[in-house]
Write a protein that binds this ligand. Structure first.
Ligand code: THU
Length: 161
């Protein structure tokens, strides 16, 4: 019997000052996207903004439905929008923010399992890291260099071939 351990590394920033200028812009766009969310059922507003390799910024926000399982997450909305606009762009970075009156959000909000899986696939097909910048309500920011750090023991296309 062997016990195996997987470690994840991420950077915690006290505020946006330690981000590069282009990452600050992306975070600001994610905050804007949070305001564009349609979330009357959960009151949990999520905004995502991604930056392509060529510098285009695309926003996405969650879009809920009275039939709850149909809710669209912000992250996947942004990826679908980017692919609609630009084909299959390489995505260097995605910033994600959230806002709700119902909870503290003292830690940055991390993507749900479904979004992690989709972001992981994006990273696999583009063959380069997709950095994540996650912001909570108290200004704390987490930066993950790659989606892989969020999806240990990931299921991917190699299992199907
Ligand atoms: N949500 C996202 O947009 N992204 C996530 O990664 C987590 C959850 C949305 C879906 C739903 O509209 C609301 O947040 C509450 O789950």
């Amino acid at each position: 019997m062997k016990t195996k351990t997987i470690e994840t590394t991420f950077v915690e920033l006290e505020g946006e000052n330690d981000l590069s200028d282009e990452d600050k812009v992306l975070l600001e766009q994610a905050r804007k996207a949070t305001k564009e969310a349609y979330a009357p059922y959960s009151s949990f507003h999520v905004g995502a903004a991604l930056r392509t390799k060529h510098g285009a910024v695309v926003r996405g926000s969650n879009f809920e439905n009275a039939s709850y399982p149909l809710c669209l997450c912000a992250e996947r909305s942004a990826i679908a929008a980017a692919r609609s606009a630009y084909g299959s762009p390489k995505i260097d970075c995605m910033a994600i923010t959230a806002s709700t009156d119902k909870a503290e959000l003292s830690n940055p909000v991390t993507p749900c399992g479904a979004c992690r899986q989709v972001l992981f696939e994006v990273e696999q097909i583009q063959g380069s890291p997709l950095k994540l910048i996650l912001e909570g309500k108290n200004g704390k920011i987490w930066v993950l260099k790659t989606v892989s750090d969020l999806v240990p023991l990931a299921f991917d296309g190699t299992f199907l071939r």
